[in-house]
Design a protein around this ligand. Structure first.
Ligand code: DP6
Length: 349
C-alpha cells in the first residue's frame, strides 16, 4: 500500500465520550533498525521476534471537547513528558485519523515489565496506542475493517520498531529486494517457510543494568546521519535479511545465531564509532557474552545473545533446551545482573 492510501476519507459519527483499550507486546530485533530518514523511513529493513509476556496495556478515555488535550498516566502516575510526546504524535497523524484533534484524552498505560529493563516499551506502547486509535476509527465510522497494516503504519509514526509489534512471530519492516511486499511504511509477517525450531524461541532478558538509557533512540538514529560507515552498514543489514531467509527455512540454528550476534555487535560498533561516540555495554555485558560463547563452545548447544541500545542481554535459545539454558543462566549469568533479575519471555506463532 502507498502512503496516501492510509489517508482517511471516511464519514465519522463522533460520539461525546467513551473509552477503548488494547494490549500490544514488545519485540526484539534480530536484524537491527538503526538509522532513519525523514518521516520515520528506515535506512534498512529489519527483522524481529514479537515477544509474549512483555506487553503494554492501554486504556484511552476520550471526551469531545473544543480544545484538544492529552494527559498520560503511567502505572497510575501522571507523566507530563509522555503526554507532550503523545500530543505531538496525535497532531502528526491527523490526516490518517481525522477525528483525533477533536477530543480530549486521558490515557492510562501499564507495562507488564519493569521500566528501563532493556525491553522496548516504545514498541509495545505505540503499538497499543495505534490499536486504540484504530478501535476509535471503527467505532466512529461504524465499520469493522480493522487493518493491521494501517495499525502498523500508525505505530511506526510513533516509534519505528513499534510497527513490528502488531504481528506475532517473525516480522519484517522495511523494503528489501528479497521480500516481496515488504514496505518502509509498515511491517509485514516474514513471508517464507519457518522451520519449527526457529518458531520455538525463548528470550531470557538479563538485567545487567537498570536505569535510564544514556542515548535515546532518536539521538542514536541521528548519529547514523553523518556516520562514516553508515552506507556500508545499511547494505550489510539488507544483505543479512537476504542471507537469513534460507537459514530460517532450514532451521540452521548456528548460522541463525551467527547473524543475530553479529547484528548486535554491529549495532554497538556503530555507536562506538559515531560522533559523539558511546559505549552502552557495561563490563558485565561483555562478561555475559563471553560466558555464553564458552558455554556454547563446551556444550555445542544453540544459545545466543542479542543486545538492544543498552547494556542488558537478551539470551535466545530454542524451547527444546529451555531447562539447560535456564540452569546455565541461573548458575553462571545471574551474578552479572545488577539486582539478580532475569525476565523469561518467548515467541509465539
Ligand atoms: C536498537 O524504534 O526505538 O531497538 O523510531 O526513533 O522510536 P524510533 O526508534 P526505535 O529504535 C529501535 C532501535 C533498536 C533496534 C530495533 O529495534 O530494530
Amino acid at each position: 500500500m502507498k502512503e496516501n492510501e492510509f489517508i482517511s476519507n471516511k464519514k465519522y459519527n463522533l460520539i461525546d465520550n467513551g473509552n477503548v483499550s488494547s494490549e500490544c507486546p514488545s519485540n526484539i530485533a534480530l536484524i537491527k533498525y538503526w538509522g532513519k530518514f525523514e518521516k520515520q523511513i528506515p535506512a534498512n529493513a529489519s527483522l524481529s521476534y514479537t515477544l509474549s509476556n512483555s506487553f503494554t496495556r492501554t486504556k484511552i478515555d476520550f471526551e469531545l471537547k473544543n480544545t484538544f488535550s492529552v494527559s498520560v498516566f503511567l502505572d497510575g502516575v501522571e507523566n507530563i513528558k509522555f503526554a507532550e510526546k503523545i500530543e505531538k504524535y496525535f497532531i502528526s497523524i491527523e490526516k490518517y485519523v481525522p477525528f483525533i484533534l477533536k477530543y480530549s484524552y486521558k490515557i492510562y498505560t501499564k507495562n507488564s515489565f519493569p521500566h528501563s529493563s532493556g525491553i522496548a516499551s516504545s514498541a509495545s506502547g505505540f503499538g497499543a496506542l495505534a490499536i486504540c486509535l484504530m478501535k476509535m476509527d471503527e467505532l466512529f465510522s461504524q465499520t469493522d475493517d480493522f487493518q493491521t497494516e494501517k495499525t502498523s503504519f500508525l505505530a511506526r509514526l510513533g516509534s519505528g520498531s513499534a510497527s513490528r509489534s502488531l504481528y506475532k512471530g517473525l516480522v519484517v519492516w522495511g523494503e528489501n529486494n528479497s521480500i516481496e511486499n515488504s514496505s518502509d511504511l509498515y511491517a509485514t509477517l516474514f513471508p517464507f517457510e519457518i522451520e519449527d525450531k526457529i518458531k520455538s524461541f525463548c528470550d531470557s532478558i538479563l538485567l545487567v543494568h537498570e536505569g535510564e538509557k544514556k542515548v535515546s533512540s532518536t539521538v542514536g538514529h541521528n548519529l547514523m546521519n553523518n556516520h562514516p560507515f553508515a552506507k556500508q552498514r545499511f547494505l550489510q543489514a539488507d544483505e543479512n535479511i537476504k542471507k537469513i531467509i534460507p537459514i530460517i527455512k532450514e532451521g540452521n540454528l548456528m548460522e541463525f545465531g551467527n547473524i543475530i550476534e553479529s547484528e548486535a555487535l554491529t549495532l554497538h560498533a556503530m555507536m562506538m564509532t559515531s560522533s559523539p561516540y558511546f559505549i552502552l555495554m557495561q563490563p558485565q555485558t561483555v562478561s555475559v557474552i563471553q560466558k555464553i560463547w564458552e558455554f556454547r563452545n563446551d556444550t555445542k548447544l544453540p544459545i545466543f545473545f542479542t543486545l538492544d541500545a543498552g547494556a542488558n542481554v537478551h539470551i535466545l535459545y530454542p524451547k527444546s533446551i529451555e531447562e539447560l539454558a535456564k540452569n546455565f543462566i541461573n548458575k553462571e549469568l545471574l551474578v552479572f545482573s545488577q539486582n539478580k533479575k532475569v525476565i523469561h519471555d518467548f515467541v509465539q506463532f
